[in-house]
Write a protein that binds this ligand. Structure first.
Ligand code: NAG
Ligand code: NAG
Length: 199
């Protein structure tokens, strides 16, 4: 027996725990992982204007994508620029892409590029073996991240239940100069896949 208030708190915690416990998995559609944005704003660069993947291996296997090797920044930004990132999730419904409520804006990406529990940290920067050497360089032109061999399986818990089906994540990166003006070399790329409940 527990006292009334304590009981309520316990029950609430249990309910919260279960509602947050839904883990989804995005099964990537393309071995290249990143594809060209559809309807890319004029002047925007694609992934190859951001990172050179020549020395990076991406191999699709049943469980995800095996990543290994080096990636080098090709993005001509000034080291003093503020780097902003935005990601939006779209759902494919009856022949067209529909916006969802899941959006994310990171005002100062460089501050949290290696911060624990961020999506990009879990799926990407946590695997940089030369993190200590490059963590102050953010994504400056010429920076090379050496990635250990790892399995990229895009599993993530969501606190809002969403429909399974075909989705895309559209990512845009912007460099903002010291006067607060956005440079013209913004990046856009997308990741497409089938979203399902992870087992
Ligand atoms: C990215 O853009 C470059 C130049 O604008 C183009 O040559 C290349 O094919 C594009 N890459 C992809 C993956 O679409
Ligand atoms: C990645 O860079 C490291 C350090 O420069 C080098 O030892 C390694 O051979 C490179 N790997 C590939 C696949 O280019």
């Amino acid at each position: 027996m527990c006292r009334k208030l304590l009981c309520r708190i316990l029950i609430l915690l249990i309910v919260l725990h279960y509602s947050m416990g839904v883990v989804y998995e995005l099964l990537l559609e393309d071995e290249k992982v990143f594809t060209e944005c559809t309807g890319k704003p004029k002047g925007y660069l694609n992934m190859s204007g951001f990172w050179d993947f020549t020395d990076l291996g991406l191999e699709m296997v049943e469980e995800g994508v095996i990543v290994s090797g080096n990636m080098t920044s090709t993005w001509k930004v000034d080291p003093t620029d503020r780097i902003e990132g935005a990601a939006s999730l779209f759902y494919f419904d009856r022949g067209s892409w529909q916006q969802t409520v899941i959006n994310m804006l990171v005002r100062d990406f460089c501050k949290s590029m290696y911060e624990e529990n961020q999506f990009w940290q879990m799926y990407w920067t946590a695997h940089a073996t030369n993190m200590e050497d490059v963590k102050d360089q953010c994504v400056n032109f010429g920076t090379t991240l050496t990635l250990e061999t790892y399995l990229l399986d895009m599993k993530f818990p969501l606190d809002v239940p969403i429909r399974t089906g075909r989705y895309k994540i559209v990512v845009q990166m912007h460099a903002i100069d010291r006067a607060g003006v956005r440079r013209k070399n913004s990046i856009c790329f997308q990741i497409r896949g089938e979203l399902m409940k992870a087992t």
